[in-house]
Design a protein around this ligand. Structure first.
Ligand SMILES: [Zn+2]
Length: 438
């Protein structure tokens, strides 16, 4: 009993001492420490805390060491509209030196559509895209990049960098990539040019450095690969100097070109070019074209190459995209003939990147269904994809007001699309019902 009184007494003593020093934290660590350490004037402590500016620590490699980022963090906001960056405005071109370009590169890495506004915004994708980021992150929506914008952007880019680290090893030409200081990261470039092969059937996928080079040299990105220097100097296959192409369209173009590369009607097989011409596409083309030997192949008046094929149909809804139907705007073949290879390349790339849209189209058009099933069985070994990536206007999308009259409208050009950076396979989940015993 005596011991209990002593213990309670001690506790009370400690509590009284703690209260007298204004302490309100953990009784047994802080309070006792306070007893033995000289106390500062509480008013002074308060001032000291107020004078501390919280320092945000940059987490991404992408923004580390950039003085302009520090300037913004120190309160000097950057006016995004000051950069020379616009689409379709005479005299304005893409200036890669601008800090705004670096912001755009960061947003591209996060899956934002950096070429949005191509059609409807009056040429200011840089404003549309930062406003979209601000809204999604609960930030002030204006034309400026301020400290909290940088903090959110940097945090997300840092996480993305961790995810994309693996592409350093997955793209065998990683060491040859060259980039300007404000461009997307090397890992991100490596990802765009190697990720599709991680989800294709193995027999169809590029893997070695030699196989990549062979493809880049003749079809998969002639402008991208500098043969003499053995380096990759451009970020895009089709270098468009007026704007930074978003990932989904860049990827679509690349996969489209790979579709051409494996097309056996366009290319012959050759061991120096692994995978080239490996798919016998006659069966595919017979769905929309007359095919009885080469009788129905005609030289293209434009270049003399026999890439015009006689069409069975003038119906644009038989083709997954407008470009696949190869209408006169894109084609120099005679009336009723098509640059046939676009049908396969567009269908191949849509099968992987817009699987959902392709399957929806197959529900309303038998010929589209025929093409989907042919690809599934003859190219993809039954693998399907759970994808709906944003497409470009050449797809014939009609979900944008200015394009509402376009055909066939199977793919979407939703300009505010944010890609999660994945090409997901379609996985069927079987649900087992376990009968309950009541
Ligand atoms: Zn093509």
């Amino acid at each position: 009993m005596k011991k209990i009184f002593i213990a309670v007494g001690l506790l009370l003593l400690v509590a009284i001492i703690s209260i007298s020093f204004g302490y309100s934290g953990n009784l047994f660590s802080g309070a006792l420490r306070n007893i033995f350490q000289p106390q500062k004037n509480p008013v002074f402590i308060k001032n000291e805390i107020q004078n501390i500016t919280p320092v945000y620590k940059i987490s991404s490699s992408f923004f580390t060491g950039d003085q302009r980022v520090q300037d913004v963090l120190n309160g000097k906001s950057y006016d995004m509209d000051s950069m020379q960056y616009a689409i379709g405005i005479p005299g304005k071109t893409l200036n890669k030196k601008e800090f705004g370009y670096k912001i755009m590169s960061a947003l591209k890495m996060l899956g934002y559509n950096t070429s949005q506004g191509n059609l409807v915004s009056g040429g200011k994708p840089h404003i549309l895209v930062i406003n979209q980021f601000q809204k999604r992150n609960g930030l002030t929506v204006f034309n400026f990049v301020d400290a909290s914008f940088i903090e959110h952007l940097d945090g997300q880019v840092g996480l993305k960098e961790k995810e994309e680290m693996k592409y350093k090893d997955l793209f065998p030409l990683y060491n040859t990539i060259q980039r300007d200081e404000n461009d997307v990261s090397k890992e991100h470039i490596a990802k765009i040019y190697s990720m599709v092969y991680q989800v294709l059937p193995k027999a169809l996928a590029l893997s070695t450095a030699e196989s990549y080079k062979a493809c880049f040299l003749i079809q998969c990105g002639i402008d991208f690969y500098n043969k003499a220097a053995n380096t990759f100097t451009n970020l895009k296959i089709f270098d468009v100097s007026a704007f930074l192409m978003n990932d989904t369209v860049e990827l679509k173009d690349y996969v489209h070109e790979y579709g051409h590369y494996i097309d056996g009607l366009l290319f012959s097989k050759d061991s120096a070019y692994p995978k080239r011409g490996m798919i016998d596409t006659r069966g595919f083309y017979s769905i929309s074209f007359n095919d009885d030997g080469n009788v129905h192949l005609k030289p293209n008046p434009d270049n003399g190459v026999p890439n015009c094929f006689q069409k069975k149909t003038g119906d644009p809804y038989e083709f997954i995209t407008d470009y696949a139907a190869s209408p006169s705007a894109f084609d120099t073949c005679p009336q009723g003939w098509n640059r046939y290879a676009e049908d396969f390349a567009e269908s191949f790339s849509s099968y992987i990147l817009q699987g959902e849209n392709f399957r929806d189209a197959a529900k309303v058009n038998g010929k589209i269904k025929g093409k989907y099933d042919w690809l599934k069985n003859n190219v993809f070994e039954g693998i399907e994809y759970n994808t709906d990536l944003m497409a470009a206007s050449a797809s014939g999308c009609n979900d944008i007001p200015l394009l509402s009259g376009n055909k066939p409208g199977y793919l979407k050009c939703q300009e505010d699309y944010v890609w999660d950076g994945e090409i997901k396979k379609l996985v069927f989940r079987y649900v087992f019902f376990i009968p309950q015993i009541l």
